[in-house]
Design a protein around this ligand. Structure first.
Ligand SMILES: Nc1ncnc2c1ncn2[C@@H]1O[C@H](COP(=O)(O)OP(=O)(O)OP(=O)(O)O)[C@@H](O)[C@H]1O
Ligand SMILES: [Mg+2]
Length: 280
């Protein structure tokens, strides 16, 4: 089936995209029995093609199990695809080392408690990322006083000014932990941030604060976003384009406002019907 792609591709979208996905396939084995033998496969992605221009923000929506996280992890190179190509400014991702990729693409997850190592203080959590970035830039890691100054500047960026660097993640609230996870991602100075359900684990009032933070950072840092969410209201705030996934395929893609105002695929309408009217 041809996805409901719209004809209103802007010229910016026709240039070499910053990130292109071409026909991405991912298949997971299903294991069973006490010997954990392979008893089947799950085709998680069945040939997904998407383009994200520099400075753009692409939302990915779809029901649970539709392949959103798998796609995000492939973009961030936390997972390898079984087929298809991932390109950065037209160059296949294999041409980039892990570190070079990490300095371009960072991912933030739904559950900051799980994604931040609880044994590491902020100084270590954030300092490692700053040191990696310095290495990529061919510089020596900064000395302690300078590094601490940079870490405090990072904490300022995410609204945690003055947080003690010898504190541990569990000493922070879940919203503050998500801010820490964002700070760690920013420490690599990436150009593309993949945010996978960045607010779903948070209380409603905290959700709004984190969404505002992500919007501010996009402008201040000139970031490009892929925002994964099952929640169309989140995507309508953060993404100028949206791709709708179902069963490992993109069934509709276009400008967020156009897709939300007049969905072409019945499945998108079903997702829209689930959003309370006051949030649209
Ligand atoms: N490591 C894995 N091993 C086996 N199957 C997996 C693995 N990761 C994902 N899957 C399967 O791949 C499919 C897509 O999963 P994925 O997590 O990408 O969906 P999702 O859209 O992010 O869902 P959710 O909204 O619940 O986060 C699902 O059928 C899932 O069970
Ligand atoms: Mg997911």
């Amino acid at each position: 089936m041809t996805p409901g792609r719209r004809d209103t591709e802007t010229p910016g979208n026709l240039k070499t995209a910053m990130l292109s996905l071409e026909n991405i396939v991912k298949i997971f084995p299903v294991e069973g029995g006490i010997l954990r033998r392979k008893i089947g496969i799950v085709p998680a992605l069945k040939g997904v093609s998407l383009r994200v221009p520099a400075g753009g923000s692409l939302g990915i929506v779809g029901e649970s199990g539709s392949g959103k996280t798998t796609l995000g992890k492939i973009v961030a190179r936390h997972l390898a695809a079984d087929g298809g190509r991932v390109l950065w400014e037209g160059r296949p991702h294999e041409e980039f080392s892990r570190r070079e990729w990490a300095s371009r693409v960072q991912m933030v997850f739904q559950d900051p408690a799980a994604s931040l190592n609880p044994k590491l203080s902020l100084r270590v959590l954030l300092g490692e990322a700053v040191a990696v970035r310095a290495q990529i830039d061919g510089q020596k890691g900064p000395r302690r006083a300078e590094r601490d100054r940079r870490l405090q500047a990072l904490l300022d960026e995410v609204g945690l000014s003055g947080a003690p660097l010898d504190a541990y993640p569990h000493q922070f609230s879940s919203g503050q932990r998500q801010r820490l996870a964002i700070a760690r991602a920013l420490a690599l100075r990436p150009r593309l941030l993949v945010a996978d359900e960045p607010v779903s684990s948070l209380d409603l009032s905290v959700q709004a604060q984190i969404l505002n933070l992500l919007m501010d950072l996009k402008d201040r840092w000139g970031l490009t976003y892929i925002v994964i969410s099952h929640d169309l209201a989140v995507v309508s705030r953060l993404a100028d384009r949206v791709a709708v996934m179902k069963n490992g395929e993109v069934v509709e893609e276009g400008e967020t406002s156009a897709v939300l105002a007049a969905p072409r695929h019945p499945y998108t309408q079903t997702l829209l019907d689930a959003v309370p009217a006051f949030l649209r």
